[in-house]
Design a binder for this molecule. Structure first.
Ligand SMILES: Cc1cc2nc3c(=O)[nH]c(=O)nc-3n(C[C@H](O)[C@H](O)[C@H](O)COP(=O)(O)OP(=O)(O)OC[C@H]3O[C@@H](n4cnc5c(N)ncnc54)[C@H](O)[C@@H]3O)c2cc1C
Length: 320
């Protein structure tokens, strides 16, 4: 069976959810093979197997850990030449997109970025203008390279686990790819809460929250549910919550099991980042707010009255 090459996103030992999403897609078109750059492949093997990876090409030399994206693009180009995959799938993350663009130039191939799905015949679907228009595109030259938006596809374990056979990628990295070196890594202080794009529940606050201090209420609601906190751009631009938590077209894309939008009107740019959430709950005092169009469950009311009652109800149920 033809190979579909997937560039793994991982944090050393942990396979990121988006990699499982890419493997789920890859299984539609052939046998998933993973390109693993950097250390930790052994630790990630079980999860890769669960999602159907047949092979893992391991490139764990220091050149894959100490340098930025160029060595990864050379790794992918080498594997494309050696294994002739039917397609290369990467995450549409800043690093994934850069690796994909470099690979496209190296291999003379077409590239589709920000895909939200890949259908039969490797036709990639993109959702543009804040989700108002769906574009279907097919790469017609070289090896199709598709960068898939994180959280767009539901990750599903394979019916039969793959062998996830680890083997050296055996790719030499050129000096030109090692011009920009990573000199320092600063580990961001990790909140107790789950990571926004990986969380199964997200509670987001918007302009209706009123000020930075009131975001404590959104955090309290999130903590009662074990959720991540998000925010609309109105809230992040106002400095009420850090920009890294912005959900939307120019922020993060989330697709949790449950998304709670609190004091958010539902502008098209906000929807673009959350509309694929499985269940959407809204708290807004304006019954005409457009966000209600997306809601599976909505409460028309003042958030400062509804949210404390909600927290109390959740705590009673969980015995807290
Ligand atoms: C190029 C571009 C990119 C953008 N990217 C993004 C993006 O990535 N993410 C994003 O979010 N936005 C983005 N925006 C901004 C977007 O257009 C909206 O301005 C923004 O989403 C509005 O945020 P909001 O819903 O919090 O505020 P508002 O639209 O002001 O809505 C506030 C809501 O809170 C409700 N409310 C007020 N008080 C209460 C209360 N006490 N209780 C309950 N409800 C209350 C109101 O009824 C209202 O519906 C972008 C805009 C542009 C032009």
């Amino acid at each position: 069976m033809a190979e579909v090459l997937v560039l793994a996103e991982h944090s050393g030992e942990t396979v990121k959810k988006v990699t499982c999403e890419l493997l789920t897609l890859a299984r539609r078109f052939g046998e998933p093979a993973v390109a693993w750059a950097g250390p930790g492949a052994e630790a990630g093997r079980e999860r890769l197997a669960e999602y159907g990876a047949a092979k893992v090409y391991v490139a764990d030399g220091e050149e894959f850990d100490d340098y930025v994206v160029a060595p990864k693009a050379e790794l992918l180009a080498g594997l494309v030449a050696a294994a002739s995959p039917v397609a290369v799938l990467v995450a549409s993350s800043p690093e994934g997109r850069e690796a994909a663009a470099r690979l496209a130039v190296k291999t003379g191939s077409g590239l589709v970025t920000d895909a939200v799905d890949v259908g039969p015949d490797l036709i990639a679907e993109q959702s543009v203008f804040g989700g108002a228009i769906v574009v279907n595109s097919k790469v017609t030259s070289g090896t199709p390279i598709i960068a898939v938006r994180p959280n767009a596809v539901t990750p599903e374990p394979a019916a039969e686990p793959g062998a996830a056979e680890l083997g050296p990628a055996g790719i030499e990295v050129s000096d030109a790819a090692k011009i920009a070196r990573i000199t320092e890594r600063v580990v961001q202080e990790v909140a107790e809460r789950p990571e926004l794009t990986e969380a199964s529940i997200v509670v987001s606050g918007g302009r209706g929250v009123g000020n930075a201090e009131n975001f404590a209420l959104i955090e309290k609601l999130a903590d009662s549910l074990g959720a991540a906190v998000g925010a609309s751009r109105a809230a992040t631009d106002a400095g009420w919550y850090p920009h890294q938590f912005q959900v939307g077209q120019t922020g993060k894309t989330v697709s949790p099991q449950l998304y709670l939008a609190v004091g958010i009107s539902g502008a098209i740019q906000h929807r673009a980042g959350m509309q694929t959430s499985k269940t959407i709950m809204v708290i807004n005092k304006d019954p005409e707010a457009p966000i209600f169009e997306l809601a599976d469950f909505g409460v028309v009311g003042d958030l400062f009255s509804v949210v404390p009652q909600l927290i109390e109800g959740i705590q009673q149920r969980s015995g807290g």
